[in-house]
Design a binder for this molecule. Structure first.
Ligand code: F0G
Length: 456
């Protein structure tokens, strides 16, 4: 196979500061073994998130200069609106400062006590916003999605049988909406098939329940559909995206992912009454409906980024660069969620460190070791992020113990990625010596951001 090269040249660079292993021991201890508490200057390769960390293109930077900062009716808003509308065909497009602001607005209006929101898998901020509004989130991931080593094309699919059953059990009147995350971030960045989206949408129609898409990584999902689903081989990503959104009544979006923007998001929907309520709340919390918490220049960057992300040379390189890490890990049998997803490699910490039980946080321990070994920063997606306590204070563990290494868009080159694979493999070779953690400080909601740990 011919090398797939980065489809861009580099015009502006940012230095990386190198640290020694001895320095990293102190850095990690001072950060209470929580990657979120490490200073960015102390990280060599930062794979904490692909969110807001993209490199913008020269066109986007040009758009920044063109940004119209008018309070109301800005030109930049209309360019943004036109682009979002061309992809989603939604009637009401509401800019927000990021994905969770869209969630906060949507779920405070539709949620509340006794309500249930059903998903393939809710992302942590989505679940938190649902719970904060007093409602409950229900994840109904398909069986394939729960088996990390199983190779299957659409492991992000929702379980359709469970969806219908849950609607009947909980009662239509208690389900304000169903929301599908594409790709499924918390479940390995795995894609959802068009057939699954269409079928889920039909079930929702049957019960008159609005069907939403959490669209953060829609382009990556559409590329997988083109690669893996019959009938889409010859369609453009734009056409596939249009079909995907055609099944939805609305969407939430963080433009910090598949729009290459460093900040931004939106809410889009077809229901006028709901849109008016959202806009009213937007004005109180975010800003006037033609800027919604963003500068005009941000709206320009998003509008341009949304078009660039659908270019196939880019997506081919993007998806291959993630798969490339997986290929390297396969040479020594490092366990990870297979096949690799759209934006990250998810190491399977349960299989990597089978001697560490869930209540000693194997994912967190693995994150610590990757940092110590090579200054690589990833994030735990496991019992630290999603674990709960039962009435007796015993840990209810998350279904999977993962470490996500998310690859920022257009930021790192192949040699950076080679280095990351080397670091993982070195840690894998000494895995028996790694010890678990205990939590010494935590908050009730989204504890992973601020929790403090001690090594056991
Ligand atoms: N939905 C999904 C699927 C996400 O991955 C995120 C953010 C959000 C919603 C919220 O968007 O950050 O703009 O408020 N995910 C980031 C991550 C933080 O690291 O995966 P936001």
């Amino acid at each position: 196979m011919q090398t797939i090269i980065e489809p861009f040249k580099i015009k502006s660079v940012e230095p990386i500061h190198f640290t020694t292993k001895d320095q990293r021991v102190n850095i990690l201890r001072d950060a209470f073994y929580n990657p979120f508490l490490i200073k960015a200057k102390d990280v060599i390769i930062d794979l904490l998130t692909d969110s807001g960390t993209s490199a913008m293109s020269s066109e986007q930077w040009a758009g920044i200069m063109r940004g119209d900062e008018s309070y109301a009716g800005s030109n930049s808003f209309f360019r943004f609106e036109e682009t979002v509308s061309s992809i989603t065909h939604m009637k009401y497009i509401i800019p927000t400062h990021q994905g969770r602001a869209s969630e906060k607005i949507l779920f405070s209006i539709t949620g509340g006590k006794g309500k249930y929101f059903i998903s393939n898998t809710l992302f942590d901020t989505t679940r938190a916003n649902i719970e904060f509004a007093g409602a409950e989130g229900i994840d109904l991931l398909c069986e394939e999605g729960k088996q990390p080593s199983l190779i299957s094309p659409f492991k992000g699919n929702i379980d359709l049988i469970a969806l219908e059953k849950t609607i009947q059990e909980k009662g239509v009147e208690n389900i304000p909406l169903v929301i599908i995350t594409v790709t499924n971030n918390s479940g390995g960045g795995q894609p959802v098939s068009m057939a699954n989206i269409k079928a889920a949408s039909l079930i929702c129609k049957k019960y008159s329940i609005p069907f939403f898409i959490d669209a953060c990584r829609f382009a990556e999902n559409c590329y997988f559909i083109k690669q893996r689903e019959k009938g889409f081989e010859n369609k453009t990503i734009f056409e596939i995206a249009q079909e995907l959104f055609s099944y939805a009544d609305g969407c939430t979006m963080s433009a910090k992912k598949d729009a290459f923007a460093n900040i931004g998001g939106f809410l889009a929907m077809n229901d006028e009454a709901l849109a008016m309520k959202c806009r009213n709340l937007l004005i109180i919390t975010e800003g006037f409906p033609t800027y919604g918490g963003l500068a005009g220049r941000d709206l320009e960057a998003i509008a341009i980024g949304l078009k660039e992300v659908m270019e196939e040379d880019y997506l081919k390189y993007r998806i291959r660069s993630i798969e490339y890490i997986g290929d390297k890990l396969d040479t020594v049998g490092v366990p990870y969620i297979k096949p690799t997803g759209g934006h990250a490699v998810y190491l399977d910490a349960k299989a990597f460190l089978p001697h560490i039980p869930a209540n000693e946080y194997p994912g967190q321990a693995l994150c610590g070791e990757l940092f110590l070994e090579g200054g690589v920063r990833g994030v735990e997606i496991g019992t630290v992020m999603f674990g709960k306590y039962d009435a007796d204070g015993k840990t209810i563990s998350a279904p999977m113990e993962l470490v996500r290494l998310a690859i920022p868009r257009r930021v790192y080159t192949q040699s950076h990625i080679d280095y990351v694979a080397e670091v993982i493999i070195k840690v894998f070779k000494r895995r028996e010596t790694i010890k678990g953690y205990k939590i010494v400080y935590e908050t009730p909601l989204l504890r992973h951001f601020t929790a403090r740990f001690e090594q056991l």
